[in-house]
Design a protein around this ligand. Structure first.
Ligand SMILES: Nc1ncnc2c1ncn2[C@@H]1O[C@H](COP(=O)(O)OP(=O)(O)OP(=O)(O)O)[C@@H](O)[C@H]1O
Ligand SMILES: [Mg+2]
Length: 284
């Protein structure tokens, strides 16, 4: 396995309450049906990976779940609240308990990295300036961007933008974190550090994480369970090892192909970010 420095994913507590329930999710763009009846259930503290080919609707699924794209049919329950028909004010309230890292990072170009991360804190928490600054620094340290606080997004690499987006998604210490391809474009060591951060967030803070990724090393290193989508449907859902034993052609093909192209990475625990301290102190 590539993630020799990663702790093995710890099993989520048996019978943990579902944090996300999706039933019969249908999303259409015009007359094109992209998702045609998706079901999934994610328990608290679970790290769920969403897999599927490019254009299969993974980002669309996240947007549908979060109420950012219109759902044609189906039900979504997030943190015990039905999302469909939820008033905008309530949706925004609920979203304070949810962190989202969009595929493109979605930073505000006219604000520095630090100001981007501070934004949700200023909007939703009444905190003195100094406390905001401290939280911003702790979140940036978590993603290895302590040095980038005063840079503008245009001055960052693609991978740094991703990590800045993640720091912003973590600003309010969300109960659930949605990440759309957090490791895309990252070097193997940075990617491994991000995976370890996700594991720490789950293990220390019981955060639930739903992550879209193609990275085999990430999947093997952090995922408790996976959902594979294709042709608008669920191809497979369940614990990773169990799903891989089912002999589903698309799943076998994905893992076989990825295994051939994946790169190997090795690093000691000492090389990792100081995540444990940041994750716990930042969560206060
Ligand atoms: N706003 C939109 N309007 C119209 N079509 C869209 C829109 N967003 C996505 N699509 C289409 O829906 C399909 C699914 O797109 P989506 O971005 O969800 O795929 P994805 O699985 O996230 O792909 P990738 O791995 O490349 O990110 C694609 O065919 C895309 O062209
Ligand atoms: Mg996508």
């Amino acid at each position: 396995m590539n993630h020799s420095a990663s702790p093995a994913p710890s099993a989520r507590p048996a019978g943990a309450e579902p944090v996300l329930k999706v039933r019969g999710l249908v999303v259409r763009y015009g007359d094109r049906t992209v998702l045609d009846g998706i079901d999934m259930t994610v328990a608290r503290g679970e790290i769920r990976v969403i897999l599927g080919g490019s254009g299969s609707g993974k980002s669309t699924a996240l947007k549908g779940i979060l109420g950012l794209t219109e759902i044609a049919r189906g039900e979504v329950e997030l943190l015990g609240q039905p999302m469909v028909g939820l008033a905008e004010a309530q949706r925004l309230q609920l979203m304070q308990r949810v962190g989202v890292l969009f595929q493109n990072g979605a930073l505000f170009g006219s604000l520095t990295v630090g100001e981007n991360v501070a934004l949700p804190l200023r909007e939703h928490r009444k905190l003195p300036q100094g406390a905001v600054r401290e939280l911003v620094r702790s979140k940036l340290a978590m993603v290895g961007l302590a040095h980038a606080e005063f840079l503008y997004p245009a001055e960052l690499s693609g991978g740094m933008r991703k990590r800045a987006g993640l720091a912003r998604a973590l600003a309010l210490d969300p109960e659930v974190l949605f990440c759309d391809e957090p490791s895309a474009g990252l070097d193997p060591l940075t990617s491994l550090n991000l995976d370890n951060l996700i594991l720490q967030l789950r293990d220390r803070l019981q955060m639930t994480v739903v992550v879209v990724t193609h990275e085999l090393a990430s999947i093997e290193g952090i995922a408790d369970s996976l959902l594979m989508v294709g042709g608008g449907k669920v191809i497979a859902e369940g614990p990773v090892a169990e799903v891989r034993q089912r002999g589903i052609a698309e799943v076998d093909e994905f893992f076989a192909r990825k295994a051939r192209v994946s790169t190997s990475t090795d690093c000691s625990a000492a090389e990792l970010f100081g995540l444990v301290a940041s994750a716990s102190s930042g969560g206060a």
